[in-house]
Design a protein around this ligand. Structure first.
Ligand code: BES
Ligand code: MN
Ligand code: ZN
Length: 486
């Protein structure tokens, strides 16, 4: 879908999209159009259940008009604007409208951008592997009303950067594991260097030399080697501050020797969504030229059963020097992340770190698909993230941590175990407790368990069924609001 800004109202569009507020309060443009058309809009609405609520739609085919409910004028929040965009997008997608014109009301650019954000993301498709592509969007143009099209086009690039980042995250997470192996993932990351991001690749040989035995152990049963990859974006050369964003990148998680049941195992091709989120974040920051320094670090590996796999009962010395008793090889994400956290703190000394991981099935049970589990050692950081989520619609809920849970990952033989005892009890929290053992120098840290929110089974406001790309907009909001020099 091509987005264009225009001040031309009277061109012959295939569909003109106009807004009406709650209780059928007409926008200026709705009023004008209604008069011009001798009251067709008023009549059509009267004969329908339309009441101006978000989601209400009336399609007047004879006039090539789509009337869209905007809700209450005072409730035009970012989330509601995204939602309205999503509703419009579905119609344009279904009817394959070639040239549409959006003039909901005399909206600011900012409001329009949020509508386009929802529209583009809600109509996302992944058709790469369909040999008959019936869903070509390239010939669809969307014209958006603007008094100053040139300026709008320019300013839209920042929103576009975030949309692009989210699209990259979804595309990567959608790839099957026979295509997107660890090595192929590294190649994808290298694309970011075109945007001025510095990529460093730590391969298996270097991981061995360093002693990153947690990630090495997870990958032992796989044909594909593990990697730690860092992506440094320096948007503020004057500042010494750096934010670290870490991602779990399991290109496939079979569970290993503690193998998973076959039902739903295919979904584990997306167990690299944390890493894909980091890539999407880095792309969006670089594309919108954010004035901030961020390093993204991802741990790539595949977890497979094999004669050479790591096994329950194994004791492993991590990159940090701390030892881990493996009680379940399916609790592999925390092992990969543990070494990544140590690596990031040692090499980049970030002022704060945030990790993204599809870490536990239990967080889906606890919070579902619409709320991400947040774990943190720092109140201020947690609060900033929660606030950012309320703004973008990527809601977070902070989970408890503390001594009572720390005791659950004690081991008889090593410094900690990777499962938590009793098994399955508070298992999202014990996973977070495990990670905290690697957060050194009191670095403010937040862990986002996106196992539930990375995926939507029936679609949400801004995403069709499938991968959501959650976290990219959240971190952009978080950084631009609290850390970016303006
Ligand atoms: N990748 C899974 C978590 C997961 C499950 C993500 C379902 C998305 C959907 C993770 O590696 C895992 O297997 N976790 C186990 C941990 C357990 C063995 C302590 C889990 O949650 O069952
Ligand atoms: Mn697992
Ligand atoms: Zn996993």
């Amino acid at each position: 879908m091509n987005i264009k800004f225009t001040s031309e109202i009277n061109k012959d569009y295939d569909l003109t999209i106009i807004g009406i507020y709650k209780k059928n309060k007409f926008s200026n443009i709705a009023n004008k159009t209604d008069k011009k058309l001798n009251g067709i809009i008023s009549k059509s609405i009267k004969n329908s259940t339309f009441n101006g609520e978000i989601g209400d739609l009336v399609h007047i085919h004879s006039e090539k008009l789509l009337i869209v409910g905007l809700g209450e004028e005072k409730d035009l929040t970012e989330i509601n604007l995204q939602k309205i965009g999503g509703k419009i997008g579905l119609i344009l997608q279904k009817e394959k409208v070639k040239n549409s014109f959006i003039f909901l009301d005399n909206f600011s650019d900012e409001n329009n951008f949020k509508i386009i954000y929802g529209l583009i993301l809600k109509t996302y498709t992944f058709t790469k592997y369909k040999t008959e592509n019936t869903d070509d969007k390239t010939n669809q143009s969307i014209f958006v009303y603007s008094q100053n099209p040139q300026k709008s086009e320019n300013d839209f690039l920042k929103t576009k950067a975030i949309i692009d980042g989210i699209t990259t995250t979804r595309n990567l997470a959608n790839e099957p594991s026979n295509v997107l192996t660890t090595t192929e993932f590294v190649k994808e990351v290298k694309n970011l260097s075109k945007l001025g991001i510095k990529i460093e690749i730590i391969d298996e040989k270097q991981l061995k030399k360093m002693g990153a035995n947690l990630i090495l152990s997870v990958a032992k049963g796989s044909e594909y080697p593990p990697y730690i990859v860092s992506m440094s974006y320096t948007g503020n050369k004057k500042s010494k501050n750096t934010i670290g964003i870490i991602g779990k990148g399991l290109c496939f998680d079979s569970g290993g020797i503690s193998i998973k049941p076959s039902k739903g195992m295919d979904e584990m091709k997306s167990d690299m969504t944390g890493a894909a989120t980091v890539v999407g974040i880095m792309e969006s920051l670089a594309k919108r030229k954010a004035k901030v320094n961020v390093v993204g670090v991802i741990g790539l590996a595949e977890n497979m059963p094999d004669g050479n796999s790591y096994k329950p009962g194994d004791v492993i010395k991590s990159l940090s020097g701390k030892t881990v008793e493996v009680l379940n090889t399916d609790a592999e994400g925390r092992l990969v992340l543990g070494d990544c956290i140590t690596y990031t703190i040692k090499n980049f000394k970030p002022n704060l770190i945030i990790d993204f991981a599809t870490l536990t099935g239990a967080i889906i049970i606890a919070l579902g698909e619409e709320i991400t589990g947040l774990f943190s050692n720092n109140k201020e950081l947690a609060k900033k993230l929660i606030t950012s989520g309320l703004k973008t619609g990527e809601e977070l809920w902070q989970m408890p941590m503390g001594t009572k849970f720390k005791n659950m990952i004690k081991s008889n033989i090593a410094d900690m175990n990777n499962l938590g005892k009793p098994e399955r009890t508070a298992s999202s929290i014990t996973a977070a407790e495990f990670l905290e053992n690697f957060v050194e120098n009191d670095t403010p840290w937040a862990h986002l368990d996106i196992a539930g929110t990375a995926w939507t089974s029936s679609g949400n406001d801004i995403s069709p069924k499938g991968l959501t790309g959650v976290g990219v907009n959240l971190i952009n909001e978080f950084i631009s609001n609290y850390y970016e020099e303006k």
